[in-house]
Design a protein around this ligand. Structure first.
Ligand SMILES: [Zn+2]
Length: 88
């Protein structure tokens, strides 16, 4: 027996509702209020919660990174598609 699953939720940056594979989608750590969790130096803090980033925002983020000569963030294949099998 095979199946597929996906998650639906709002993008961390634009609030657009989109579907994604929760194990592959790029995400960002947030605090319990949903705010991006960074320390005083601007580094991400490890948190229990993460919010996904939609494909359109990832495209914009990587375009900005390229403009600032930073390497693009790799988006895993299948990040925005249903996952095969059953949730772990
Ligand atoms: Zn977005």
């Amino acid at each position: 027996m095979t199946g597929a699953y996906f998650a639906t939720g709002p993008c961390c940056f634009c609030d657009a509702i989109f579907t994604f594979d929760p194990e592959l989608v790029p995400s960002i750590p947030v605090d319990e209020r949903g705010a991006i969790a960074v320390d005083d130096a601007g580094a991400f803090k490890p948190t229990t919660f993460k919010r996904p980033i939609c494909e359109q925002c990832m495209t914009k983020i990587n375009r900005l990174r390229e403009q600032h000569e930073m390497p693009a963030i790799a988006v895993l294949d299948g990040a925005y598609a249903p996952a095969e099998g059953f949730p772990p």
